[in-house]
Design a protein around this ligand. Structure first.
Ligand code: GLC
Length: 432
């Protein structure tokens, strides 16, 4: 089986656990029309303050979030400690623009960390490199003030080196005050994207090399993402976003550890009126497809301004929960299979077990090329029932199967599972 390139951070648990929860939560939950609302609508920081002055998630109970994540089969979590708007979800000593200064008045990060750890999940932090609030962050193509007539003039007094130091101070807080943090997800770089004489930002502006050293010093095992604009080999994970890889993600031709991040609907932050919620079939197939290509899935929820998950998000999580209850064996500890996938299927593999996920239910026969002489036993994962390996000879002579092809005879009616999974137990000599 494919082995991804080794990483500096500890990805051994990560490639086993496969499925995590992303949480985007900040002031933008209140306008409820995309976490980029401040940039999209070019809202001046003074005006955006109305959300800061009103943030009061009275129903915030991270134990509930953690229970929902655990029940969905998720094994780790990554929460936005600060998103591009610059608002901080913890009591940082380096800014006033933080949760403890809102009407809510309390830190939300410590209870988050505790609740998810207690529920048995590993805890990660997302940290935005972009910051539309910090006075030393130079205005650029993404900034809400990019079209301000005095933008260039205003930039003269903005000192990015001070902002880079601010980030190091905050990352130090995040990695020293909350116990062991398993993932640091920094987001994102856009060097070369010049606008009206204002340059984009990358590793030089962020001082990413210094930041990298600091992170490795404070948390040698932490998993670091690939959005700091550092040389490729310094990132632990590749992070395809809002698209589904069709093959194992590679860097310079070599398979790497990767994690797709996806949303239930079209936005990361709470977006009340957005309606493109994915169907149960899409949700489950995305998870399966990801693992069948050697990756992890980080599935996002955007809590409401009151601190709850809305019904649509809860329903989507429940879809995962129900399927994972029955079929998790094909996900945890599994990866891309060595064998050829049958039509309309995705396969994962773990030791001597190959898992065939049937995306479109065929009429009666499933052809598994190259497995004719290798399988000792086959069963459904959802109910454990056997699928006999031998076909009636009279039937098999009529089927046009190639050499060494295993033909399974399936029930005519698709079992009542979003995506049924067939477990093939390989004969001892067949395990690679
Ligand atoms: C993008 C967006 C951001 C989101 C992130 C998650 O970079 O800027 O809003 O947090 O993707 O991957």
């Amino acid at each position: 089986m494919y082995k991804p390139k080794p990483t500096d951070g500890d990805t051994s648990w990560f490639v086993h656990d496969r499925f995590g929860m992303f949480i985007h939560w900040g002031l933008y939950a209140q306008p409820a029309r995309h976490e980029w609302v401040q940039s999209k609508e070019e809202i001046h920081p003074d005006e955006y303050r109305k959300y800061f002055e009103r943030f009061n998630p009275v129903d915030y109970d991270p134990k509930k979030w953690a229970a929902m994540a655990r029940d969905a089969g998720m094994k780790y979590v990554v929460l936005t400690t600060k998103h591009h708007e610059g608002f901080c979800n913890w009591d940082s000593a380096y800014t006033d623009y933080k949760i403890t200064n809102t009407p809510y008045g309390k830190d939300v990060l410590t209870p988050y960390v505790e609740a998810f750890r207690d529920a048995g999940l590993r805890v990660g932090f997302y940290y935005s490199l972009i910051d539309w609030h910090h006075p030393d962050f130079p205005i650029d193509i993404l900034h809400p003030l990019r079209n301000h007539p005095d933008a260039l003039e205003m930039n003269k007094s903005r000192d990015i080196t001070k902002y880079a130091a601010y980030m190091r101070n905050q990352i130090t807080e995040l990695l020293t005050q909350f116990g062991e943090i398993s993932v640091l997800w920094c987001d994102f770089s856009y060097p070369g994207r010049e606008y009206r004489g204002m340059p984009g930002k990358g590793h030089e502006e962020w001082e990413s090399e210094k930041l990298y050293k600091l992170v490795r010093k404070l948390a040698p095992n932490i998993i670091l993402d690939d959005r700091l604009d550092l040389p490729k080999e310094m990132a632990d994970i590749k992070t395809p976003e809002q698209w589904q890889p069709t093959e194992w993600v590679k860097v310079d031709g070599e398979p790497v550890v990767w994690e797709a991040c996806q949303t239930f609907s079209g936005s990361w932050g709470y977006y009340r009126d957005e309606m493109t919620w994915k169907s149960p079939g899409q949700l489950i197939r995305m998870l399966i497809n990801t693992v069948a290509r050697g990756g992890n899935l980080l599935m996002n929820v955007g809590p409401t301004p009151k601190g709850t998950l809305d019904q649509r998000a809860q329903d989507a999580l429940a879809v995962y929960g129900e399927w994972m209850d029955q079929c998790h064996e094909s996900i945890y500890g599994a990866t891309q299979s060595d064998y050829k996938e049958p039509l309309d299927c995705r396969m994962t593999q773990k030791g001597n077990k190959v898992y065939v996920h049937v995306f479109a239910w065929p009429f009666k026969h499933l052809y598994l090329e190259g497995l004719g002489d290798k399988v000792a036993y086959a069963r459904f994962l959802h109910d454990g029932s056997e699928i006999p390996l031998k076909l009636n000879d009279w039937v098999s002579q009529h089927l046009q199967a190639g050499e060494n092809t295993l033909i399974l005879e399936l029930p005519i009616i698709k079992p009542d599972v979003v995506v049924p999974v067939i477990e093939l137990e390989l004969k001892a000599c067949s395990t690679s």
